[in-house]
Design a protein around this ligand. Structure first.
Ligand SMILES: [Zn+2]
Ligand SMILES: [Zn+2]
Length: 202
């Protein structure tokens, strides 16, 4: 319980001296009030009269002060070829690498993607587009548009590109075409519809 000093009643000279010293040391009004057994408003009033700026609010002790990149770096092991292996937590159901950032569980791959892309959120799910399965190296990760762009290049390089402008069901290739990891082109929308139909039939 904080003691209250009646408004207007001046503090004793020794108390004023201690208060000035605490203000000087950068203590907050709350800390000063606790230390000297005075009211917080009294501390604030003396602060104003002495022209000392308000003390910055300290970070709550339980808040993570590491940046997402620093946190991410704690759970990776570098491998040859610039790949990174995840040594942190995984979901029990699918084994997806995850970590906690500001109290929220996020996937290691979406975090890695943001690290490599100036904190831009990925569109769709993120995959490692290198030859090391399970890699989480930020530079090796791609979201849906990035993956499609890269794999389209691979399709062209390997002579698998398709010149059809739409699929058999009329989905425009420019918007719906996707590629397998080896560059094989297919209609992403048809594939999703087929999967849905299979699930419904199961
Ligand atoms: Zn990799
Ligand atoms: Zn289609």
């Amino acid at each position: 319980m904080e003691q209250t000093t009646p408004i207007g009643r001046p503090l004793s000279a020794p108390l004023r001296k201690q208060l000035a010293a605490l203000l000087d040391a950068g203590a907050s009004n709350r800390a000063i009030a606790r230390e000297l057994g005075i009211d917080r408003n009294t501390a604030a009033r003396y602060r104003t009269s002495l022209g000392v700026p308000v003390a910055p609010t300290p970070e709550p002790a339980n808040r993570c002060t590491l940046t997402p990149a620093q946190k991410f770096a704690q759970f990776v092991r570098p491998l040859d070829g610039g790949h990174l292996e995840w040594t942190g937590r995984r979901t029990s159901s699918s084994g997806t690498p995850v970590l906690t950032i500001n109290g929220r569980t996020v996937t290691a791959r979406s975090t890695g993607y943001r690290i490599a892309h100036n904190d831009r959120a990925p569109k769709g799910y993120v995959t490692a587009e290198c030859d090391y399965e399970g890699c989480v190296a930020p530079e090796h990760l791609q979201d849906e548009p990035g993956r499609t762009r890269l794999r389209a290049q691979l399709a062209a390089l390997t002579g698998q590109e398709s010149h059809l402008t739409e699929c058999a069901r009329g989905h425009a290739a420019a918007e719906h075409r996707r590629y397998g990891p080896d560059g094989f082109p297919y209609c992403g929308t048809c594939q999703n519809e087929n999967k849905r139909a299979q699930r419904a039939a199961a």
